[in-house]
Design a protein around this ligand. Sequence first.
Ligand SMILES: NC(=O)C1=CN([C@@H]2O[C@H](COP(=O)(O)OP(=O)(O)OC[C@H]3O[C@@H](n4cnc5c(N)ncnc54)[C@H](O)[C@@H]3O)[C@@H](O)[C@H]2O)C=CC1
Ligand SMILES: O=P(O)(O)OC[C@H]1O[C@](O)(CO)[C@@H](O)[C@@H]1O
Length: 393
Amino acid sequence: MKAVHFGAGNIGRGFIGYLLSKSGYDLTFVDISAELVGNLNRLGTYKVVSLGGEKREETVGGIRAVVLQDDSGLKKAVEDADLITLSIGANHLKDTGKVLRDALQERRSRNPEQPLDVIACENALFATDLLRESVEEGAAEDFQNYLRKKVGFPNCAVDRIVPNASVQKESPIDVSVEDFYEWDVESAKVKVNSQIRGVNYVENLAPYLKRKIFLLNGAHALISYAGYRKQYRFVHEAIRDPEILTAAREFHSEAARALHLEYSMGESDLKQYSEKLIARFQNPYLKDELTRVGRDPVRKLSNNDRLVSPLLMCEKHGVECGGILYAIASGFAYDFADDPKAVEIQKSIRENGIENTVQRFTGLEKSGKLVLGIAERYRQITGKDSCSRFPYQ
Ligand SMILES: NC(=O)C1=CN([C@@H]2O[C@H](COP(=O)(O)OP(=O)(O)OC[C@H]3O[C@@H](n4cnc5c(N)ncnc54)[C@H](O)[C@@H]3O)[C@@H](O)[C@H]2O)C=CC1
Ligand SMILES: O=P(O)(O)OC[C@H]1O[C@](O)(CO)[C@@H](O)[C@@H]1O
């Protein structure tokens, strides 16, 4: 079996590439970074180092890589692949859909019968659907029929924390990871790849995906924004702070309550999931930087992402949501000068005020109670009113 993986970064090498290699796939990475591609081809193997109580190393070997700009190399790799996976960042899916459309059109002309699956492994709700829309955009009817018959587009949830490596690396492409992983894939949409090692094939992905995006990524974003404000550097340091721990637990309990009401997920299972996450956040070996976890607050504060989506689910079910409002307010208070997206939000707050900015970036109704609740907490956090600076004191 042959796999092509777009995005040879942390999750590409440390999680998806790792599992595909363990499952016996012949693996080709595609990346925009010529330096990374050069290193992958020169070295041919890399180590995946898991950072738990006990340090373990595994080697991923026999890999090749192609730069995205190498049109013929890319098309050749796609021509007889059984699986295409991506972890390039959700913002890049639309553009990459066009590249993939060209490559799949070429494949269809040379190898029309062989089926394959395409899976976007990003932190976003139903990322493969976004990619598929872009692949199909403006395509002729016969190509759309080909896609329907021959190409599976399963959505998935990907969960493994892969920080920027802080350990001394013997090779520039080694990667450090946590022990834990979970990869849930929509089973009904799979055409070929039903035996990937470590994958949990599920009929109904939404509860798994939202549980992961809300409880892991949502709470992680909160810890990042609140921790940055209190001048911590790493996630494990911030979560040791009792106020931030309380805030993370409150976020979890509100989002979990909404998930329980929406999907009848067991409350005690959700509680266990939450406790396990807190323990993962506390892992001191990961040395996961708050500014990596909080990167691109414009995306994280958007309407369909890890913070506003659970807020809307709470609202739908009448669940108390003060903790989630606080997390969103912390995102608006995040003023890390080296993150251009944080800078964009801060500029908007200065020029348009907090209410207009919240409305603009979250898509929430301007004078609604949610926007007002976020703005009020933002003022508390930033000290722009007379209340306490940190509401969890
Ligand atoms: N690092 C983590 O723990 C996890 C990350 N994710 C998701 O995986 C995705 C990637 O994240 P990371 O691996 O952390 O980022 P990263 O920055 O380490 O890796 C992304 C890689 O994609 C490459 N790239 C960007 N655009 C590309 C394109 N159009 N075609 C080919 N390659 C392209 C970049 O050069 C880079 O090597 C994101 O959506 C992230 O949310 C999901 C779960 C865990
Ligand atoms: O990759 P994103 O969406 O920018 O967000 C960072 C998040 O992704 C992860 O790297 C993995 O889920 C988390 O550590 C963190 O919550």
